[in-house]
Design a protein around this ligand. Sequence first.
Ligand code: NAP
Ligand code: GLV
Length: 309
Amino acid sequence: MALLLKTDIERGDAWQRALHAADPDMTVHDWPYDGDPAEIEFALVWGPPRGALRRFADLKAIFSIGAGIDHLASDPELPDGVPVVRMVEPGLTAGMTEFVILGVLTHHRFMLDYAAQQRTRIWREIPQIAAARRRVGIMGLGVLGSEAADKVAALGFAVAGWSRSPKERPGISTFHGEAGLEPFLARSDILVCLLPLTVETEGILNARTFAALPRGAALVSTGRGGHVVEADLLAALDSGQIGGATLDVFREEPLPPESPFWAHPRVILTPHVASMTIPDSAAEAVVANIRRLRAGQPLHHVVDLRRGY
Ligand code: NAP
Ligand code: GLV
């Protein structure tokens, strides 16, 4: 019995080494695999082609290489009844926390303005605002959002989180559901999106959302590109309703060369690298979960495909 691995070519060897270190007895086959489908018990994948996992009739679990499982949930031909497990591992969480802090500090400390001043050799001080007076709002208080919220709050910012279900978290103001969205947005000077992409969250960063933010608010978009209505964001940036944006994810990736975001003076963009699964720590998490299954215990982090996360 074996695990089938589908990752990008650059990280294939690192994954092989990490999985071998975590379980030397486990056979790992790289994608594409032409051998006996009955040999494959587990799949550890990112972006398998539609319907491609169906031929493995003995699959016991599908592990997503990323936290997001939209690349699997969007496949209408996913094998029936096989649990889908999202990635939860310390390296991925730490990387996202770093990126959120980077995004928050970039806007808090006016780095877009100073970069523009540098290009035109202008030496001008912008009055600083105390972190405690800067209100950060994090959409999504799951594994990644809650850790980022705690670390941003530890820097002294006034942090709130928005989730689907009610939550209590020391030091964080919490809002939930549709009714909680507007009051949450109204107090978010820097809005961070760490939601999963689902039917409910598609297009959630739209003109109405931007209008509900304080004028000049900043956006840090690190969930999925499908959250953003890009024309609405451009309009909000151009009108000054959104003062600046850090964008890591886009509707079309790689971002096409003609996208206006590339050259927008109020945008910093990165190529979907806010955080990456780290094979060493992730392989340990996957192997530990497989051991749970073999011991007859329930798998951790199984997603609800109907809910979409
Ligand atoms: P998670 O643990 O499943 O948390 C998701 C959070 O979103 C939960 O708090 C959930 O609310 C909330 N949520 C879901 N639907 C909602 C809705 N309709 N309204 C309000 N709140 C809603 O997910 P995670 O591990 O933190 O990951 C979040 C996402 O980050 C991933 O799905 C992925 O898209 C993205 N990501 C991006 C990168 C990158 O490099 N850019 C890297 C990793 C992950 P409840 O708590 O009430 O369920
Ligand atoms: C990356 O985007 C992930 O979902 O882990």
